[in-house]
Design a protein around this ligand. Structure first.
Ligand code: FES
Length: 152
């Protein structure tokens, strides 16, 4: 019966105090790790949304029927038939990114926003844009379709 009420020695008290400090430290560390994990889980959708748009590739398919016209616009791309060959240009103005319109009378691309003008080869003629239009790769498929790869 006497051992139940034995007074604590100085060494035992110190060890008990150290054990409590260790437990508090571990509890704090585990809590912080859980907060960090929760932060990563919550931040992941935002991170993937921000990085999703980079280097996104789209393929725009022009059927043989569509290719009969001299200049065809489809999904942000111009497919241009010139001197028996076809090349593709981005329809995005190199000034501030407005979508260009094709003027069949002058056979030029015109920007409705600030008036930049480009020739059929994509070369800048006038306006605030300083760069030529972006040339895009075109692949011809066996069925006669042409596939243009647009990277945004
Ligand atoms: S966006 Fe085309 S000229 Fe400004």
């Amino acid at each position: 019966m006497g051992f139940l009420f034995r007074p604590e020695t100085a060494g035992e008290g110190k060890r008990r105090e150290q054990g409590m400090k260790r437990r508090a430290f571990l509890k704090k560390g585990v809590t912080q790790a859980l907060y960090a994990a929760a932060g990563l889980i919550l931040a992941w959708p935002v991170f993937s949304f921000v990085t999703y748009r980079k280097n996104r590739k789209r393929e725009i398919i022009f059927t043989p029927g569509e290719q009969a016209a001299g200049v065809i616009f489809k999904e942000g791309v111009f497919l241009v038939k010139e001197k028996g060959t076809r090349h593709a240009l981005s329809a995005r103005c190199t000034h501030l990114g407005c979508t260009l319109r094709y003027d069949p009378v002058s056979r030029r691309f015109r920007c409705p926003c600030h008036g930049s003008v480009f020739d059929l080869g994509g070369g800048r003629i006038s306006g605030p844009a300083r760069k030529n239009l972006k040339e895009l790769p075109v692949k011809k498929k066996t069925g006669g379709e042409r596939v243009v790869t647009l990277t945004t």
